[in-house]
Structures are given as structure tokens and as C-alpha cells.
Ligand binder design. Sequence first.
Ligand code: HPA
Ligand code: ZN
Length: 349
Amino acid sequence: MASIPPVPRERLPALLRAMPKAELHLHIEGTLEPELIFALAQRNQVRLPYASVQALREAYAFTDLQSFLDIYYAGASVLLHEQDFYDMARAYLERAARDNVVHAEIFFDPQTHTQRGVAMQAVVNGLYRACRDAERELGISSALILSFLRHLSEEDAFATLQAALPLRERFIGVGLDSSELGNPPEKFERVFARCRELGLHVVAHAGEEGPPAYIRDALDRLGAERIDHGVQAIQDAALMQRLAREAVPLTVCPLSNLKLCVVGDLARHPLPQLLAQGLKVTVNSDDPAYFGGYVNDNFVQLFEATAMDAGQAWQLAVNSFEASFVTPAQRAPWMQQLRAVFERFARAA
Ligand code: HPA
Ligand code: ZN
């Protein structure tokens, strides 16, 4: 589109919700709503340290990444069987389809489950079956990214990769998540090199709480094709220039940053500045069951707080498609749908 049709401000929330988008930073374990945690706990006879759904929800007051991770891993303890993984992913994909997410690249943390004795096959097969069923029944495209836990050793990551290799065709890449500070990218240099040799896509969380140097090292030592979060790049002008020049996608998660106190206030979130400086930024929900909103809530609340406009909405949706690991042929119909939605909103103005 040569120019973006003007859309009045009051129509922006509806436009943000209606526009097709890809979600590229989403931890499936972070979509477990308290109600589903309690239902699975009952089904699997797992005891939870919370008396009720309400008591669990009230514990969602985080001060930093670690305070969240402690509760997130406790919530995941109810997942035991393939059907549990299926039910969790199905619930997310239904929710995402309602948000007009046309494609999702979904992280899963196998070590969180295999450490408790759950079989790798149960995890991957449950998630994969949900993705395929949702594609057929809901028309939403999706793919899985195996994410290594960085607070564990590289040896453990290698063992996890080995265990997942019989299921190699069921995931498209690997990522790196969990406690960032003190667990720099170089700790995983060898296992990521092996993953690249295997033809897997490579992404990594970097610059959420960690310094700009972790973003550089994720690119240079791990070969990351996208940076998850990356918001700390704002502190380093030379890195900002590099990220813009090399068109490195950043999968930014505004409500996550707010809830984990990475930013004090959405109005001061760096995303508009990153976008203005030409970085390939996208908007995502990270762990929506814990951070108070799915992807459309992230868009609407960010735009409300920062006075961003329809031109920026267009750019963010285009970025989400361009940053995804799909073929140009898969992307083309989404771009057409995006154009159609913007034209409809401009005409109605
Ligand atoms: N950062 C690091 N690890 C995670 C996150 C995150 O935002 N969500 C789930 N695991
Ligand atoms: Zn994340």
C-alpha cells in the first residue's frame, strides 16, 4: 500500500483487534489460565499450594522475571499427559484465532516437564496435534519452537535436544528462555551451533533484564535470527543502528515488560522509539495468562498509552509477517487480508 488510509483515533482499538497478525513470542505454558490449572490439578490429582483460582490469581504480583518464573513453573506442574498439552494448546489457539492471529510460532519448555518424569513425546505430540487440528478446524497456522531453560546447564540442553530429535519434524526451531541475568548466551554456544547444523531456526531471549551485550552475543555467538524482548537495546545507540541495518526482528511484549517491572509505565515503553529508529519490532503476549492480556490487549493498551497511530499498527502487522519463519507464498494472503481490513476501516471513517 503506497499510503496508509487515515483511520480516526476512536476506531483504532477496533482496527487493532480486527487486523490479521502473527504472534511470534508466546510460551504455551504461559497460556495456562488459573481455571485450567485447577481443572488439570483435579484431573491428575496434583496438589497445588493455592486454595482456589482466586488465591492463585492473587499471587500474580511480580517484581521481576524470577518472581514470575517461580509461579510459572509451579503452574506447569499440573501437566502430565499428552492430552493435557493438547488441551492447553487448543485453548490458546482458539483464543488467538478470536484475536485474528493468523499464524503463531509457539515456545514450549520441555525441560520443565521432562524433569518431572513426563515423556518428551507426550509434550511434543500433544502440542503438535493441537496445532494441526486448529489449522484444519479454525484456519490458524502455527509451528513449535523448543526452548532451552538457561538456568540449567548446556549439557542438559544437549540431552534435551537428543531426546527431541526423533520428533525433529514437529518443531521448526529452538529458543532460549528462563532466568537471563547470570546465564549469558555464550553458555549455550555449542548446543546452538549443533541446532544450526541440524537446520533448525534459532532465536533467543536477550535484553529483557540483561544488558545490550547479551543481545550482541545472542546474534554473534548463537546465530539468533530473532531476538525475544530486546528492549534493553534502547540503552546502546550503536546496537540500535546495527539491529536496524540488519533488520533483526525484536519480539516485544509490552504487558510482560510492565508486569515484570522492566518498564515502570506503558506510556514510557521504548517500543515507539525502536519502531521510529527503523527496528523490525513486533507486538506479542509472552505469557498472557499471567500478564493480564492476550496479543490484542497488548496492542490496544500500548496504543492507548503511547498515542501510536494506524500507520504504526500497519507496520507492526507487516513486521509480524516478515519476521515469521514462513515462506513468501504463505505470507501473501495475510498481506492481502491486512490491506482489506485497513481499507474497510478507512472507508467506514
Ligand atoms: N523471559 C524469560 N523466560 C520466560 C519468559 C520470559 O519472558 N516467559 C516464560 N519464560
Ligand atoms: Zn518470553
